[in-house]
Design a protein around this ligand. Sequence first.
Ligand code: PLP
Length: 384
Amino acid sequence: MIYLDNNATTQVAPEVLQEMLPFLQEQYGNPSSAYSFGKHAAKAVHTAREQVASLLRCDPSEVIFTSCGTESDNSAIQSALLLDPDRKHLVTSRVEHSAIIKHAEALARRGYEVTWLDVNSDGLIDLNDLERAIREDTAIVSLMWANNETGTLFPIEEAAEICRSKGTPFHTDAVQAVGKIDIDLRQIPINFLSLSGHKLHAPKGVAALYVSRKTKFSPYLIGGGQENKKRGGTENTASIVALGKAAELAAAALQEENSRVKNLRDRFEQELLETVSSVQVNGHRAYRLPNTSSLAIEGIDSEGMLMLLDQRGICCSAGSACTAGSLEPSHVLRAMGYSNERARGSLRFSFSRFNSEQEVGQALQIIPNAIEKLRAMNRGFLAA
Ligand code: PLP
């Protein structure tokens, strides 16, 4: 199998698995217990918090462990709304992950007002639009750092600065950015940042929310006093340990992410553009994650292509999803102004440090043939 779908999820790094295993076996103490068996678990959670903080360059006290990126996203928004109940307005973009979009839509049904920022054909927002959208009663602005489908990077430093100057809390969904680009929270006035373990070679079901120490926070999960009273629920020690180790490895591999992984992506994309006709890149070519390539391929349907590639051992993602029996083109590609047809003919390939040159070479043998086959089938279908 050649796994080119690392924005969907990633393989658990072997070192991460090694680090977490003792906490699933003999070290099963509860971090809240007063005896040394529990304290050992608490110490491991503390180390993980330091490792995540070091990757983000923030203080460990600013890191809250959660169960998933979706929980981190939801918690940040809920906290801002709860602590400033007179503010009933939110700002976000049309290309966010459903963890933000569906939540904002649910809030709109409950009487909140949402301003949806448009993007241009590169997938970028206009900062003037952001400036204009923020009002006295804006409770929070939430913008993703990197888009999961196209890899396009929003100008988060500038967006955070605009929000700071207006006194509006700012959240960024950095689930796709953390571990792939350098992030230094000492330099940027961000109030909340979400990340998720399974996107950076930790297991699924563990994530974190950064809350700047200057930001008030109200817990989303109310219960015990865990996570400095910011998130109830017994800590998932093994997975938290795994996330800590994954963060440490990600910090060490950042250079590689921006050189070797980027080169793999660039070679793949360049060769495909040269060998296959009528292929275009979706999203900004430069303001982009180093690992992501979203391609619009004329004359194919992405669902059919996924099946063909699956038979040939390649995993990637489609620019459309099957919802209730019909093919829904990606909301991201539609928001960029692309036609339904272009969205339905789009595929996303996303790489990681576990991919090799050899795999890219093999993929470049298989994919052009599969495209030709599908194009011929579709032509035949149209002619019939
Ligand atoms: N935000 C973005 C940009 C994502 O890509 C994802 C996952 O695909 C999420 C949030 C949700 O993260 P999780 O799967 O950990 O809930």
